[in-house]
Each structure stands twice: as C-alpha cells, then as structure tokens.
Design a protein around this ligand. Structure first.
Ligand SMILES: [Zn+2]
Length: 894
C-alpha cells in the first residue's frame, strides 16, 4: 500500500489535497495527569455536525471493499487518539530525542500540496537518521475537495494545514508553507506561474532555506517534465531548483538579511520512483547507475514498528482527502537523482562530506562529548539520572555564540530535561474563549516527578508580562496547584489563521510580516513561562494557555484557548437567491463573546436593495448566548449580484466578523474569523416545482442551493430507495462521488433506472475513475475519464443549441458560463453510447475539445443526465449561470 503512495498522490491530484494543527505549540514533556484534577473540569460535549457523521459513515461503507484500509484507524487510538493532548514521551522516545540532540544535520523536502510528501522518506530521515527533517508544502491545499465535511477553500486549507501538522507529529518532521494558494488544478507550470506570483513564491522558498539551513534539499517532483503532472507539482520543483541556485547570493532578497544569512545547501535531489517512468516494469528495466538508493524498510525495534508503518500512520492523517494508508513491512527502496551539487562517492550516503556533529559549530565539540556520554549511560528505568549531564550541556549551549543551531537545540534539550524528570507544567483557562480586555481565571499545575532538586521560581504571563513569584520547592510527585486571575490586554489579537487576515489574490495569500511567512500554524500570544531552578540552573519552560475538560465518554479533552471579539454575527444563508421580485426574510445570528453585550445590528447592501428595518437593537446577557434577528430584504427588479454584510455597533465600536469553528477528532479545534458577509443574487430565472430526492455522496452543499431556488429537496439514503418511495419524486440527483462511496447504491441501481424509464429524470454529478461501486451507473455505456476543464473562463460552445436543456425554461447563453469559479468541471466521460447527446464543448488552452461535460440520454419515457460540471463549487459561490442551467436540467421532463 505504501508503495502506491506516489501514484495515488499524483494520479488523483486535485481530487485530493488538504487541513491544520498546533503541534509545536502544545505543552511538551508532560506526563500523567491526576484524575482528581480532571474532575474539576465540567463536561461539555463536543458538537459535531450531523453531516460529518454521515460523510464518515459513507466513507466506511466504501472501505468495506478494501478492508485492509481500516487497519490504520484501528491502530491509531494507541498512538494518536487525541490531536490536542500534550505529548508524554516514554523512556525509549526520550532516548531517541537525546540521539537527535546529538546530531546536527538537516534535510528539506519540497513539493506543492498537503499529501505530496513522501512520508516514508520523511520518517526515515527523522527517525532512522535523526536528521532535522522539514517539509515545505508550497500550498495549504485550499483547492481540493473535502471528504469529511462541508468546508471548502480557505476553510479546507485550514483543515489540511492541521492534518499536515498532525502527520509531522507522527513521522517526526517539521512543517512549513509558502504564501502560494492552491487555486485548483493546473495542467502546466507555465499556467501555475501566471496565477502564483513567482517572485513572491521564490522569495518564500529562499526565506525557508535561509531559515532552515538544510544540508540537502529533496524535491518530490521533476523540474524537467512540465505537463506530466499537476502544474503546481512541476512548478514546485522548478522554483526549488531556482532557489537552490540563488539562495547564497546576498543580492537576492536582501531585505531578508535583517533576519537570516545567505545559505548554500550542499546537494539537491529529485525523489524519483516508478511513477515517473510510467510503470513498475519500465522502472525495473531503467538504467539506475545515476540513481542513489536508500534502504528505507527499517524496523525500529524499540518502537515496535517498521518505517513504512509509521509513514502510513502519518499519511492517514490526511483524512479530508481520504488517504487512509496501510503500513507494510520488509524491504523498501527509495531512489534519488542528483540535481545539484557534487556527487558523493558512496551512492548510499547523500550526506557524504557533511559534518553532522556538534563539531560543526564553534565550541560545540565538548557538548557533543557530554551528550555522547549521556546517551551511553542512559538508564531506561531512571531517565532522571541523565539530568545532571543534560544540565551541563544546557549551560554550555546557552554560552554558544551562534544563532542557528543554538535556539533549536535549546528547545530540544529543555523538552528532554522536562521529560526525564516527569515535569508536568500546565496553565488551563476556565473557558475555551475570552475577549480582549477581560479577566481570565487559570488553574496552574507544576509537578516534578523525580528526586531532582527543583524550585519553581516564578511564572510569567505573556503578553501582558504579569509575573507571580512563587519560590517553592517542587518535591517529588507533590503537585503545586494555584488558581490565579490574569487581565488580558485590550490589544490582544483575535485567534484566526494569520494568512487569512488580509484579502489575498486567487494565487497568493497576503502576509505582510516577513517573520510570519512560512510559519505553519495559527499564532497565539498567550503563554505562561515557568521559571524553574533545577539543581540551581534556572530554565524557563514555556507553555501555551490551554482549555481542557473531562468528557464523560472520551475522557480528557484539550482545546486551544481562543481570543474572540465581544460580539460576532453570521448571516444564516451564505447565498440567497431571489427568483422573483418578492422580498425574503434574511436571518442573522448574533453571538455574544462576553457577558452583557448591548448594541445594534444592521445589514449593509447597495441602495437599490431595500432593507427593513434599517437596524435592530439587541441585548445579550450571557457570554456565548445567541439571538437570531430577521431583516426583510427586497431585491431590485433587474438581475443583480451583491455582497451583504452584517455590521454590529456596540458603544460606537464596529464588529463585522463571523466566528467559524472547525471541530474534528483528528485535528486541533480551529477558529476562523471571516468577514460576516453573504451573497445576495437577484436571478433572472424560471424554475418548476419538481420534487427532488438527493443522494449525498462524499458531501456537498448542492441541496442547500436547490432549496434556495425554491425546490423541496429530500435527502435520501441508499437504504431508503424503493419503488414506492421514489414515487414521491420527479427528479433524483446524486451528490459528488456518490458512486465512489455508496456501496449500497449498486443494489438500488435498477430501481433508479426504472424510475427514469417510467418518465422521471435522474441527474448524476461527477464521480472519479477509481472504485466505482457499479459498472451500470448509466442506462447506456459511459466511460468516466480524467478529462477536465480547469480554466474557468474557457469558451463554451453549444453543440446542440436547440436542445431543450439549453432553452427551457431558461435560455442559456455564453453569458451563463461567465463568472465561474476555479474550474468548469472534472472527470468528464470520454466515451459514451450513441444514445447520449453531448450538449456543450470546451477545453483548456492548447487542448482538444472536451465534449463530455453535459450528456443527456432519453431512457424509456424519462431522461438521464450525467454532468461533470462543478455545480458543487459554483452554486455555493452564487454563480447565476450555474443556477439557470441547473433549473433547466431539473425541468427537462417538461
Ligand atoms: Zn499534489
């Protein structure tokens, strides 16, 4: 399975991709927690959307077919059941951390998307070789599809960011990004680089190289083969090669040199595999004399896992992409091709000639010797015995006159010292959220679980610099607990992904602060620094403030502590369609971020839209309480598309953010604050009164959009399909990838086709080529392919301009294909029976016409429609032409 990763990663690219986490920010070196402490936290069940459960359920159904894929999920609870919990390393893990502390080498892996990374190679370098191993994913994967919930675009990018951070917690790597946005599928790097700002992306790659100082860079993709894979992929390799050639030149991006030095990596490789040769057979026969090979099928005795098993666990974090992966055992070979730098004589050692010991920094030799001795004498039954020598090393590292390895190694050794002594440090807020300028109660715990002499000197709270002096001894296994209250400053920033703070372009996020560029995670300012004297050596230990509670079923649950606005507002429908000139009631939810919030709310819309009343007063007494208010909105008589914004005024201060929380078990809970806007569209559209049954596939928002159009939509599960039940409907529509994930659909297919035969309409939205649950998806032969039109502005030609579907009840014109977002469609059929009529044609620049976007067949007395057009993207975005075409598809029978 693991061997199939490159094929899966690349062949299905764009169907895949993307999420978010906090690993580097969690309190580390933390051990057992006492049950009595947990009881202090009241249970608050996590609210999870029903649709997520449904999506997971359908996923599970698919997996019955590949039962092996379930295995990682069964293994996971032991390893990573709670994305949020602090890490609690075992003696074996501590020992490995010491080995890593005594190693100063680094490797940076570069590719384009969450999931492109070869987790076997990352795990091999991080765990077997002990290298500092980074993965620079140029994008956060906003452009993919979401297999576990409704989030798309920037919210999907937020989820995938966290999934990557969780993957790195498992394989031992570190995660980085650039400002490039995954804008969707791109066929060539040339096209990619017209949408990404090439200078900005190169600047970010060079910035990352100068910061990370890799000895070796490994590209996932080949920079010499444009057009053979996703344009983002080839572009990532091309930009990586260009950066390698320029990064040591001080005249390149000199503004970075305020913070970093020019740096020249020694070598660059391309991580090739059979995939790049077309087949395993071709690769077996290929001349490999210029390739370097690595035996990565290592078994880690002390961990009880093979390298491939760890890699599979890591890869299985990509849940939003459905990339559950099963680990293998036995031999495994990775191949690297030298792209830049001097070829090493030993083809098994790509780091030949690179000093990876403490000798590489001035004054480091003695530290290396102490750590070698610490390693040698490490007592697995008593890790605390290593503390005196670790303290000696800590003090020597502190004295180093060096600014790259020093902070890295200080962070590592502090983690190890805490772990060796069972030092548990925590600052837990009483609530998960608070507003700036409020008071927060914290429960502090500091527990030493060793005989090492320790004194808690003080605790400093940032960013307001409140220090409490403690001065008490931390006796072995006697917790120090204190309850304190801190004042949050007025200037505290709201918690939200920093890369979404400012509006970006289609291809780039806007991040003005150089120091934030490439930083993987959401920024949090609030932390507690415990100053602890260990054998009289004072060491500051930083911990982010967290929130936790005991869940009656799950046990201890951790969440990050978030800063929120005093009040937020969300317009309930993200798109409102006005089919006629009639007014609609627009609901807006107001949510209090603190007690006693009193103010006014209004809707901002252009003048030709009428709103009553112009403003509504509200008075919320309790934090987290909500109120829904309604405005009556009348559209203009002509077609119009506008954004409405909900604006709240409290004591003269304006609040215009919507608070979105993303909660999944496998990642840290995420808060995103977005402008509280929604789209209002006065459509020139005629709709019928068809009753629609919708069979949800992997999850999409199409039913919501259909409801907006005035249709009555029923979500129908495959199990509920019967001849009798279908009589309640005029149209059956399947959601995206329904035939990929709903195994029971195969058994109901005949009933659905009979439904069409008797005079009704069936509309099937796109499915992918792999793993169709039936080969009788349509009444006639239909072959799904990977054909797609990614250029959303591509000209659409009407092959059958007189076809009813283009004329009734709405006259469809070229204008209806204007303003589409990200793409026109995907996975179009490339072969079909003559009974199918191809209605439209378009293609990306330089390609042959693709005619499979919209296929219609008469079957019995009814109609069968297959469409790869991206209605699932266009309808939620409020694209009016997509609504008009959808209305015609639904009304085709008439
Ligand atoms: Zn990719």
């Amino acid at each position: 399975m693991a061997k199939d990763i490159p094929a899966k990663a690349m062949a299905t690219e764009k169907e895949n991709i993307n999420l978010v986490s906090q690993n580097t920010k969690l309190p580390l070196g933390v051990f057992l927690v006492y049950g009595s402490l947990l009881n202090k936290f009241k249970s608050t069940p996590i609210f999870i959307l029903l649709s997520i459960f449904e999506a997971i359920a359908t996923k599970t159904i698919k997996m019955q077919k590949f039962y092996l894929i379930l295995l990682p999920f069964l293994l996971l609870p032991a390893i990573q059941s709670h994305a949020q919990q602090p890490q609690k390393p075992t003696a074996v893990e501590i020992y490995q951390q010491i080995q890593k502390l005594n190693f100063l080498g680094s490797v940076l892996y570069i590719a384009a998307h969450p999931d492109d990374e070869n987790t076997r190679l990352i795990s091999y370098y991080a765990n077997e070789k002990k290298y500092r191993t980074g993965y620079l994913s140029l994008t956060r994967g906003d452009g993919g599809q979401n297999l576990i919930g409704p989030e798309l675009r920037e919210l999907l990018g937020t989820i995938r960011t966290q999934e990557l951070l969780e993957a790195r917690k498992i394989d031992g790597g570190e995660q980085f990004f650039s400002r490039a946005n995954d804008f969707g599928y791109s066929k060539t790097p040339a096209e990619t680089l017209t949408i990404w700002d090439k200078q900005q992306v190169i600047s970010d790659v060079i910035w990352q190289i100068r910061k990370f100082q890799p000895d070796v860079i490994i590209n996932r993709f080949d920079h010499r083969s444009p057009g053979t894979t996703h344009g983002h992929h080839t572009a990532s390799a091309m930009l990586s090669v260009e950066s390698f050639d320029q990064t040591n030149n001080p005249d390149i991006f000199p503004e970075q040199l305020k913070y970093v030095k020019p740096w020249q990596p020694k070598r660059m490789f391309f991580n090739t595999s059979w995939w790049f040769y077309g087949s395993k057979e071709k690769f077996d026969q290929a001349d490999k004399t210029n390739l370097f090979s690595l035996q990565t099928g290592v078994y880690y005795q002390s961990l009880g896992k093979s390298n491939q098993e760890i890699a599979a666990l890591s890869r299985s974090r990509h849940q939003s992409q459905g990339f559950g992966s099963t680990g293998a055992r036995g031999e495994d070979t990775e191949f690297l091709e030298l792209i830049r730098g001097q070829s090493p004589a030993d083809k098994n050692n790509i780091f030949e000639g690179i000093d990876t010991s403490w000798n590489r920094i001035e004054g480091g030799k003695v530290i290396g010797e102490i750590l070698a001795q610490t390693q040698k004498s490490f007592d697995f039954n008593n890790p605390a015995a290593s503390i005196p020598s670790l303290l000696k090393a800590y003090q020597l590292i502190e004295l180093l006159n060096e600014d790259h390895w020093k902070p890295i190694k200080i962070a590592e050794i502090k983690k190890i010292i805490a772990a060796c002594s069972g030092l548990y440090l925590e600052a837990v807020a009483q609530n998960q959220q608070a507003t700036p300028n409020s008071k927060v109660r914290l429960e502090i715990e500091a527990t030493n679980r060793s005989n090492v002499n320790m004194q808690l000197v003080s605790i400093l709270f940032n960013p307001e610099h409140t220090t409490i002096d403690v001065g008490g001894l931390l006796k072995n296994n006697v917790p120090f607990n204190q309850n304190i209250q801190i004042d949050l400053p007025q200037t505290l920033k709201y918690t939200s992904p920093y890369w979404l703070d400012k509006a970006g372009t289609v291809g780039m996020y806007t991040v003005e602060d150089q120091l934030l560029r490439g930083v993987p995670d959401v920024q949090r300012e609030l932390k507690a620094t415990f100053l602890i004297a260990i054998n009289n050596v004072k060491i500051p230990f930083e911990r982010y403030i967290v929130y936790k509670y005991n869940d009656g079923v799950k046990g201890e649950v951790y969440h990050p502590f978030d800063i929120i606005p005093d009040v937020s507002a969300a317009i309930l429908n993200k798109v409102t369609i006005f089919n006629t000139g009639k007014s609609k009631l627009i609901g807006v939810k107001i949510k209090a971020g603190k007690d006693k919030v009193k103010g006014n709310i209004s809707l901002e819309l252009p003048e030709n839209w009428k709103i009553t009343p112009s403003s509504i007063a509200f008075d919320l007494l309790q934090k987290e309480s909500e109120q829904i208010v309604y405005f009556e909105v009348s559209p203009p008589s002509d077609a119009s598309e506008v954004n409405a914004k909900a604006v709240i005024t409290v004591d003269g201060k304006r609040f215009d953010k919507e608070q979105i929380n993303i909660t999944y078990e496998h990642i840290q809970r995420q808060q995103v604050l977005k402008s509280s806007e929604s789209r209002m569209i006065r459509l020139d559209i005629k709709t019928g009164n068809e009753r629609i049954a919708y069979i949800m596939g992997v999850g999409d928002e199409v039913p919501k959009s259909l409801t907006q159009m005035g249709y009555v939509v029923t979500l129908l599960k495959p199990e509920e399909i019967s001849k009798e039940r279908l009589q309640d409907f005029d149209v059956v529509m399947t959601g995206i990838r329904a035939y990929n994930v709903l195994q029971p659909l195969a058994l109901k297919q005949q009933l659905l086709l009979d439904f069409v035969k008797e005079g009704k309409t069936m509309i099937v939205q796109y499915n992918t080529t792999d793993g169709l649950v039936t080969n009788q998806m349509a009444p006639y032969h239909l072959n799904i392919s990977k054909d797609r039109v990614t250029e959303e502005h591509a000209t659409v030609h009407f092959l059958l301009p007189d076809a009813a579907i283009l004329n009734k009840p709405n006259k469809i014109t070229a204008k209806d294909f204007e303003g589409w977002k990200q793409e026109q469609g995907l996975n179009y059929p490339n072969e079909w029976d003559k009974e199918f009529k191809a209605i439209i044609s378009s293609n990306d620049e330089g390609e042959t016409p693709k005619n499979g976007a919209l296929l219609v067949a008469d079957y019995g007395k009814g109609h069968y429609i297959y469409t790869g057009l991206s209605f699932f993207r266009e309808l939620p975005e409020g694209v009016s032409g997509a609504y008009r075409l959808m209305a015609n598809m639904i009304s085709l029978k008439n």
